[in-house]
Design a protein around this ligand. Structure first.
Ligand code: NAD
Length: 507
């Protein structure tokens, strides 16, 4: 039996000094008033890689006040699309100039492979360019059919101060799914990156300053959900919270935001099904399933972690997926050959393992993995590729987000059962179908409750196409034109022209 493919330590020297991350408030880089910091150790190497200011109420209030003042009295919300676009385009160029530096800190803080960090930063630069294009095409409506004396206009205006709260799994990509769209709309912003991966957002702030973004348009407060994220969710001077993270925290943000009725947009978790019909190309499906479950060590909202396969081909498919899983290079994220790196934290490793153990105890089979793996020369935490078969719909591993390199395999007998299983989770982020029959794929795409459906592919993404979730996977959409609309308000202007006399009260 072939063993796993493990990439040992490459011996790459880590930076001599940890990156120092500070808040950006009204154009100035500052430490916390009380001097508090949080340290981040690399999940793969165990070494200290960044020391970040840990924000409290003072920093959060100051950042919100700056964003408010600049929105209400500054030039940015009234700047032309051309001016905003120029800064976003310049930022994209600077991101590409600094790609090595940003990718390295991303890998060191998150544990993801360096090649994938590169791809993430490069994809993010594309989003800055796409948002720059939108900044110049933004427009409202005119209504010229309201009668001879009336003209109606619908103006699109920036919503105001946007609080942007991000997770750790794609730190640079996710802030780039939000911030350039908010800036294109003319909003000002307070960004809070995850406490586990603060540094790439700080580098982005430096680049935006270099690109000429006026002071106070972007503010960054580092620190934890409590108090920084919670204050962004409750503060009356914040007009909108754009959040990506867990469904549990998303619900807390909605509750916290209800006091001010601020707009909340949410990109939350997923338990994404892939349904494999018996006529599918099993080799292609197996390769995409392997990618879908191990990409970013499964720490991915779009993880294709739930396979629903026709019982006639289940055995053959699992055999192929297990064989491919053994070939996927797990190990040192700084080695360019590595495709799966380290798990974000020891606590998260225990959570992943807990799901697998609980499924095994409930009668599921573990066809591969189900345990931590050691990587020669590295002291961090790594979880092996894991395939769990015989999963039944009521098991936690079938309905909850494991967020690790763990595949759950369920089976079905007919299309109705497959759809019912696919729709049985409380999430509705993304879904996939594998069949050579276009009608089977289209029928699935129309019946499944998910914000994105892939047919005979998995996890493609484009700046032009909206992304977001149904059910408990979120509300609102990012990317595409929808991503800009999230940060805009519609204002109706009704103009009496021509005959301006009114006659409600007789003269
Ligand atoms: P998380 O919910 O624990 O944290 C996300 C952010 O919220 C962090 O910055 C955190 O500090 C902050 N936060 C924590 N408590 C808060 C509170 N009470 N108020 C305001 N902010 C608070 O999520 P995570 O562990 O960082 O990320 C993983 C989760 O993110 C997974 O569930 C994953 O599916 C989801 N995610 C979704 C998408 C998507 O586009 N749908 C993309 C990436 C990740």
């Amino acid at each position: 039996m072939t063993e796993l493919t493990i990439i040992p330590s490459s011996g790459t020297a880590l930076p001599a000094e940890p990156f120092r991350a500070r808040h950006l408030i009204d154009g100035a880089w500052t430490d916390s008033a009380d001097g508090a910091v949080s340290e981040r150790h690399s999940p793969a190497h165990g070494a200290l890689v960044s020391v970040a200011a840990k924000g409290g109420a003072a920093e959060t209030v100051a950042a919100i006040a700056a964003a408010r003042r600049v929105f209400d009295a500054g030039d940015w919300p009234r700047a032309s699309g051309k001016e905003r676009s120029a800064i976003l385009l310049k930022t994209a160029d600077l991101i590409e100039r600094d790609i090595e530096r940003i990718a390295l800190i991303e890998t060191l803080e998150s544990g993801k492979p360096i090649t994938q960090a590169h791809a993430e930063i490069s994809g993010a630069a594309d989003l800055w360019r796409y948002a720059a294009a939108l900044a110049r095409t933004m427009h409202g409506e005119s209504h010229n059919s309201l009668g001879p004396d009336m003209l109606g206009l619908v103006l699109k205006e920036p919503i105001g101060v946007a609080g942007i709260i991000c997770p750790w799994n794609f730190p640079f990509l996710i802030v780039s799914q939000k911030l350039p769209f908010a800036l294109a709309a003319g909003c000002t912003a307070v960004v809070k990156p995850s406490e586990l991966t603060p540094s790439s957002a700080v580098m982005l702030g430096e680049l935006l300053q270099e690109a000429g973004l006026p002071n106070g348009v972007l503010n960054i407060v580092l620190g934890y959900g409590d108090p920084v994220g919670a204050m962004l969710s409750t503060h009356p001077s914040v007009d909108m919270v754009s959040f990506t993270g867990s469904t549990a925290v998303g619900k807390r943000i909605v509750a916290a935001a209800s006091g001010t009725l601020k707009k909340v947009s949410l990109e939350l978790g997923g338990k994404n099904p892939q349904v494999i019909f018996p006529d599918a190309d099993l080799d292609q499906a197996a390769d995409a399933i392997t990618f879908g479950v191990y990409f970013n060590a499964g720490e991915c909202c779009n993880s294709g972690s739930r396979i629903i396969v026709h019982e006639d081909v289940a055995g053959a498919l699992v055999e192929k997926v297990v064989a491919l899983s053994r070939k996927v290079p797990f190990g040192d994220p700084l080695d360019p050959r590595t495709q799966v790196g380290a798990i974000i934290s020891p606590e998260h490793m225990r959570k992943i393992d807990g799901y697998v153990k609980a499924a095994a105890e409930a009668g599921a089979g573990v066809a591969l993995g189900g345990a931590a793996i050691s990587v020669e020369g590295l002291s961090g935490q790594f979880y092996g590729p894991t395939v769990v078969t015989g999963v039944s719909p009521e098991m936690a591993i079938a309905t909850e987000e494991v967020f690790g390199p763990v595949l759950s395999v369920l089976t079905f007998r007919d299309a109705d059962e497959a759809i019912a299983l696919a729709n049985s989770a409380s999430y509705g982020l993304s879904a996939g179908v594998w069949s050579r029959d276009g009608s089977t794929c289209l029928d699935f795409a129309r019946r499944v409750r998910a914000g994105t459906v892939w047919t005979n592919t998995w996890m493609d993404g484009f700046a032009e196409l909206p992304f977001g979730g149904m059910k408990q996977s979120g509300q609102g959409r990012e990317l595409g034109r929808y991503g800009l609309e999230e940060f805009l308000e519609a204002k109706t202007v009704q103009m009496r022209i021509g005959d301006t006399r009114t006659a409600w009260v007789a003269a």
